[in-house]
Design a protein around this ligand. Structure first.
Ligand code: TGC
Ligand code: FAD
Length: 390
């Protein structure tokens, strides 16, 4: 390939590192996003809604629980799942979030820690999008330190009774089942709470300035009585929910590349046509420097994501390496979004262009699934052997 043929969207030709099947999956998700998400997402964002009916479309494409085996799940490689997350988040983080929470948090928890009956009951319906799940770990006073959770489950005969409040829960108000983590006499355990259970309620979080095309809720458990078989039998201790987080954080490593790429694309296209001082702003050195910085950032993050994807498929990926990817790629995507916003001038602050929407979304992504600080501390511990969390 000659230098003139370089693809400005993929200067390092990362595409050539993908298999035929991975490219096919990537193309099919990209097509869905271009047809079904991009034309409407500005409106959903403005109105602050996630269109629930899209769950079945995502299920129809095989994107829900995509990397899980059996029970109607597609069973793809981790890398393919990552590429799907990348394309979804290039549309809007809300869509990648929906898929992350459904597949990597709620379905993964049931798949990894559930009984056969629980898997049969929920996974096939969740894979098609007929049932929606959410994952309740965070509480109003327990975010980065989930071990301090106050939600409590106590035995009452054969039943369990749950009391507590979960906060910032994606999909909470549209879910059919909530995976809820609670303290018990035997440490942290997980429960499957049908959202029509007595004593369960969900309240939408309003006035968000980020992730507006996504439902975020408070879950209230007030004497919520569940049968004994609501307990996830194989989930014991905090390592169980943290195991689910590794899966969702992996999706974010790829997804954030998509958000960054969309911002870079928007800035590049805008700079090519916007004229000031009698010529396209793309011809100014300072604008080119910004485009180059963005292209390098997106390219580095893309390569890192692919490397971690290959490691996950080889079964060698460690949680600390996922932290490396989440910390690096989300921070880079946020930097790209801010630079792109600048290149678009005043137009950059509107919903006519995707940039500021991505930028505000990324402000949530840098916080959820472990804040940047928490991932720095995870890596600090990996480097020094010394924990500095408390
Ligand atoms: P610590 O004592 O270090 O660990 C407790 C137990 O957990 C084990 N462990 C892990 N296991 C699997 N994967 C990991 N990544 C793990 N990290 C730790 C650990 O070995 C230990 O096991 P055991 O058997 O010895 O008991 O726990 P700590 O209380 O000191 O906290 C560690 C810390 C801070 C890293 C952790 O708690 C943490 O990651 N905090 C961040 C919380 C977070 O990420 N919350 C996310 C909520 S879900 C969400 O945000 C969804 S957004 C969805 C969307 O819309 O996309
Ligand atoms: P805090 O933990 O209070 O942190 C505040 C600040 O203090 C941060 O800068 C943090 O880095 C810093 N900090 C905390 N501890 C330390 C330390 N030891 N050293 C140095 N700095 C520290 N949770 C769920 O369970 N399920 C969901 O589906 C879900 N979806 C979400 C969707 C959105 C849109 C958002 C915004 C959040 C969501 N969350 C969800 C919650 C998310 O995981 C938490 O917000 C996150 O873990 C941080 O917790 P916190 O907001 O309580 O911040």
């Amino acid at each position: 390939m000659s230098k003139q043929d370089l693809d400005p969207r993929d200067l390092l030709a990362v595409d050539a590192l993908l298999s035929e099947e991975e490219r096919m999956i990537r193309e099919s998700v990209r097509g869905f996003v271009e047809d079904r998400v991009v034309p409407q997402v500005g409106d959903w964002y403005e109105r602050g809604v996630f269109p629930r009916e899209m769950a079945k479309e995502l299920g129809g494409l095989g994107l829900l629980g995509m990397h899980l085996e059996g029970f109607g799940c597609a069973g793809t490689s981790a890398t393919s799942y990552g590429l799907a997350c990348l394309e979804l988040e290039a549309g809007d983080t809300g869509f990648r979030s929906f898929v992350s929470v459904q597949g990597s948090l709620a379905m993964y928890a049931i798949h990894a820690y559930g009984s056969d009956e629980q898997k049969e009951r929920w996974l096939p319906a969740m894979a098609t999008g007929d049932a929606i799940g959410c994952f309740g770990l965070t509480e109003p006073d327990s975010g980065s330190d989930p071990g301090s959770m106050r939600t409590r489950a106590r035995r009452d005969g054969d039943d369990w009774v749950l009391d507590g409040t979960k906060m910032w829960i994606t999909n909470g108000s549209i879910a059919d089942v909530a995976v809820v983590w609670a303290q018990t006499d035997e440490g942290v355990r997980g429960f499957l709470v049908p959202t029509d259970a007595p004593g369960f309620s969900a309240n939408v979080v309003h006035r968000k300035l980020s992730l507006r095309a996504s439902v975020t809720s408070e879950l209230v458990l007030s004497g919520c009585r569940l049968p004994g078989d609501a307990l996830l039998p194989k989930a014991r201790g905090l390592s169980a929910p943290l195991g689910c987080l590794n899966e969702a954080r992996f999706g974010i490593v790829f997804g954030s590349v998509g958000a960054g790429r969309a911002c870079y694309d928007s800035a590049r296209e805008y700079a090519a046509t916007r004229e000031q001082f009698g010529r396209p702003i793309a011809g100014f050195q300072l604008v080119q420097a910004k485009l180059v910085d963005m292209a390098m950032s997106v390219g580095r993050s893309h390569l890192l994501a692919l490397h971690l994807g290959r490691m996950k498929d080889a079964g060698t990926l460690e949680p600390q390496q996922v932290s490396f990817g989440k910390l690096h790629n989300v921070g880079e995507a946020l930097g790209v979004a801010r630079t792109a916003r600048d290149v678009l001038g005043a137009n950059g602050i509107t919903l006519e262009y995707p940039v500021m929407r991505h930028m505000t979304n990324l402000e949530s992504v840098v916080t959820y699934e472990g804040t940047a600080d928490i991932h720095r501390l995870v890596l600090g511990k990996a480097i020094t052997g010394l924990g500095a969390f408390a």
